[in-house]
Design a binder for this molecule. Structure first.
Ligand code: FAD
Ligand code: SIN
Length: 540
C-alpha cells in the first residue's frame, strides 16, 4: 500500500479524541464533555466488545463500616509485591467512593443484601468484604450499560492505527472504518484501549484486546513500564484445547466458599499462603501451575457444591458451566490459569498524562503505579472510573493547541503471524518463565518482517466490526509484535521473581530490583530498556 492510498476518505475535528469505549474511555469522555470539550469517541469494536462488559466479581471500594482506606491501601500494596507507587494507590483508593457514587447517580444498580445495603463480597488478597457487584456476577455489563446509557455518541467499528504528533505534541489520529481511512484532527488523544490478553493463545479478554494502546504509545514516543507483569487469573473454565476468549470463573466464587482441589481431591493452596484459596492471584496461579506439573494434569478443580444459592448468585458462570455440560451444584468445575490482565502499561501521572504532550492514557492500558507487580482483584474497574475522570478533565489543558493530523502516510511495521506469536508467548512467557525460554521467544519475535502484501490476517480481527478486517488484523499483528518484544525484553532483564513474574531460574525477589522496568523504542523501532527505575509520577 502506498502513501497516496492513505489520502483519507473522511475527516473530523475534536478537542479530545477518546480511543476506546469501555469504562475508562466512556468515563473520560463524559468528564471532558461536561467541561465543554468537543469529544469524539472511537471504538474498534461494537458496544459490548470491551473487557468492561465481561467483568464479573465487582468493584473494590472501601466499605462504609468495618473497612478503611488504610486497609484497602495495605491490601493493594501487599498484592503489588513492592512495586506499587504508594501515592498512586492512596490517591485512587481514596477517590473510589465518590467515583462509585457518580456511577450510581448515572443509574448503575448494585446488588443489595438482606439488610437493604449494597452487598459486598470478598476476593483474593482482600482482608475484608469490600467488593460491590451487580447482577450477581455481571458487574461489568451493568457498568457498561450505565455509562453507555449516558448517551455519548461513539463511532463504533473505527480502529485507530496511529497517533499523529508534531513539535507541540498530539495533532490527532489516523483511523479506519467502513468509510475507509480517516483522520481526526485533535490536540489531545486518550488511549483507553484496554489490555493485551490476545498475546496468549487463551485469555479471558475479548478478541480486540490486541495491545493496540501500548503499541500506539510506543510508536508515538511514550514510555511503557512493567509489561512483564502479566496477571494470569487462576480459574478459567477448562475445556480440552480451549483457545481464544475463555469463560472466567470469578474469584468471588471462592469468596463465597468454593475450594480449589486437585485430581486427588487435595487442597491446592493448603500451606502455600495464610489466606489459602483467597491468597493474591499470582500466588494461587503459581500454586495451580505447580500442582498440575507435579501430577501431570492439565487442570485442577473448583469445588463450589457447598456455595449457597450458586445459580442465583452466579448466573453468568452457571450459563458458561452448563454450556460445557457442568452443573456447579453437583459437579466439580475444571479450571486452569489463563492470561487475564496487564499490570503494566503506558506510563502516566495521576492525571493520565504520558510523556508526550497531549497524549493521555487511562484504564487497563495505563501504568499509574496502582498495581505494581500484581493487581489486587477488582481494582481495575475502580482505576478506570477514577483515572478516566481525571484524564478527561486533564485534556482541557490542551485547548487552543494546534491540531493538524493530515498528510501522514502510515508506515508498515514488522508483524509476526498471530498464531506463531500466541504459541510463542504461551510456551515461554506464561505463569512460570526462565531465561532460556524468554531468549528463545525473543529470537522468534525478532524474525518478524515488514509485510506489505495484501492479505486477510491469519488471526483476522473479531474486534474490527465495520473496518476492513484484513487491514485491522495486520495493524493488530504489528501491535502485538512490538508489545511482545517489549514484554520479553522487560522479562529478560528482570532476573528475579516478583508478583506475577516468576522466573524458575531466579526464584527469589531481589531487593535491589524493586523498581519498574521502563521501555521505549529506539530510532530503529526496537524496544530498549531505559533504566530499571520507578516511573515518575509526572512523566517527562
Ligand atoms: P476495555 O473495557 O477493554 O475497552 C477497550 C476499548 O478500546 C474497546 O471499546 C475497544 O474496542 C477499544 N479499542 C481497542 N483498540 C482500539 C483501537 N486501535 N482503536 C479504537 N478502539 C480501540 N476488573 C475489575 O475491577 N473487576 C472485575 O470483576 C473484573 N472482572 C473481569 C472479568 C473478565 C472476564 C475480564 C476480561 C476482565 C475483568 N476485569 C475486572 C478487568 C477489567 O474488566 C478491565 O481491566 C477493564 O474493564 C478495562 O477497561 P478499559 O476501559 O481500560 O478497556
Ligand atoms: C473475578 O471476578 O475473578 C475477576 C476480578 C478481577 O479481575 O478483578
Amino acid at each position: 500500500m502506498t502513501g497516496a492510498q492513505w489520502g483519507h476518505a473522511w475527516e473530523e475535528h475534536a478537542d479530545l479524541v477518546v480511543i476506546g469505549g469501555g469504562v475508562a474511555g466512556l468515563t473520560a469522555a463524559r468528564a471532558a464533555a461536561r467541561r465543554g470539550l468537543r469529544v469524539l469517541i472511537l471504538s474498534k469494536g461494537g458496544p459490548s466488545d470491551t473487557a468492561t462488559q465481561y467483568a464479573q466479581g465487582g468493584i473494590a471500594v472501601v466499605a462504609p463500616h468495618g473497612d478503611s482506606a488504610d486497609s484497602h491501601v495495605a491490601d493493594t500494596l501487599a498484592a503489588g509485591g513492592g512495586l506499587c507507587d504508594p501515592d498512586a494507590v492512596r490517591s485512587i483508593v481514596e477517590a473510589g467512593p465518590d467515583a462509585v457514587a457518580a456511577l450510581t447517580d448515572l443509574g448503575a444498580v448494585f446488588d443489595l443484601g438482606r439488610d437493604g445495603q449494597i452487598s459486598r463480597t470478598r476476593e483474593g488478597g482482600h482482608s475484608t468484604r469490600r467488593i460491590i457487584h451487580a447482577g450477581g456476577d455481571a458487574t461489568g455489563a451493568e457498568v457498561q450499560r450505565a455509562l453507555s446509557a449516558a448517551g455519548m455518541p461513539v463511532l463504533f467499528g473505527t480502529a485507530v492505527l496511529e497517533v499523529v504528533t508534531g513539535p507541540a505534541g498530539v495533532q490527532g489520529v489516523i483511523a479506519v472504518s467502513e468509510r475507509g481511512a480517516g483522520v481526526v484532527h485533535a490536540p489531545a488523544a486518550l488511549l483507553a484501549t484496554g489490555g493485551f490478553g490476545q498475546l496468549y493463545a487463551s485469555s479471558t479478554n475479548p478478541a480486540g484486546a490486541t495491545a493496540d494502546g501500548v503499541a500506539l504509545a510506543l510508536w508515538a514516543g511514550a514510555a511503557v513500564a512493567d509489561l512483564e507483569f502479566v496477571q494470569f487469573h487462576p480459574t478459567i473454565l477448562y475445556t480440552p484445547n480451549g483457545v481464544g476468549r475463555r469463560p472466567l470463573i470469578s474469584e468471588a466464587v471462592r469468596g463465597e466458599g468454593a475450594r480449589l482441589v486437585d485430581s486427588r481431591g487435595d487442597s491446592v493452596t493448603a500451606g502455600v499462603h495464610p489466606r489459602g484459596d483467597l491468597a493474591p492471584r499470582d500466588v494461587v496461579s503459581r500454586a495451580i501451575a505447580a500442582r498440575m506439573r507435579l501430577l501431570g494434569d492439565d487442570h485442577v478443580y473448583l469445588d463450589a457444591r457447598e456455595v449457597d444459592g450458586f445459580t442465583r448468585r452466579f448466573p453468568t458462570i452457571t450459563m458458561s458451566c452448563r454450556a460445557a455440560g457442568i452443573d456447579p451444584r453437583r459437579d466439580l468445575i475444571p479450571v486452569v490459569p489463563a492470561a487475564h490482565y496487564q499490570c503494566g502499561g503506558v506510563v502516566t501521572d495521576l492525571h493520565g498524562r504520558t510523556g508526550v504532550p497531549g497524549l493521555y492514557a487511562a484504564g487497563e492500558v495505563a501504568r499509574t503505579g496502582l498495581h505494581g507487580a500484581n493487581r489486587l482483584a477488582s481494582n481495575s474497574l475502580l482505576e478506570g472510573l477514577v483515572m478516566g475522570e481525571r484524564a478527561g478533565l486533564a485534556a482541557m489543558e490542551r485547548l487552543g493547541e494546534p491540531a493538524n493530523a493530515a498528510g501522514r502516510p502510515r508506515p508498515f511495521r514488522p508483524a509476526l503471524s498471530r498464531s506463531l506469536l500466541q504459541q510463542t508467548m504461551t510456551e515461554h512467557a506464561s505463569v512460570v518463565r526462565d531465561g532460556a525460554g524468554l531468549a528463545l521467544a525473543a529470537g522468534i519475535l525478532d524474525t518478524a518482517r515488514y509485510d506489505e502484501s495484501p492479505r486477510v490476517g491469519d488471526g483476522a480481527s473479531a474486534g474490527g466490526a465495520g473496518a476492513p478486517a484484513d487491514l485491522v488484523a495486520r495493524f493488530e499483528d504489528a501491535a502485538l509484535t512490538v508489545t511482545a518484544r517489549a514484554l520479553l525484553l522487560a522479562a529478560r532483564v528482570r532476573t528475579e521473581s516478583r508478583g506475577c513474574h516468576t522466573r524458575s531460574d531466579h526464584p527469589h525477589a531481589v531487593a535491589s530490583a524493586a523498581q519498574g522496568t521502563v521501555v521505549r523504542l529506539d530510532a530503529t523501532g526496537a524496544p530498549r530498556v531505559l533504566a530499571q527505575q520507578a516511573p515518575l509520577a509526572a512523566p517527562s
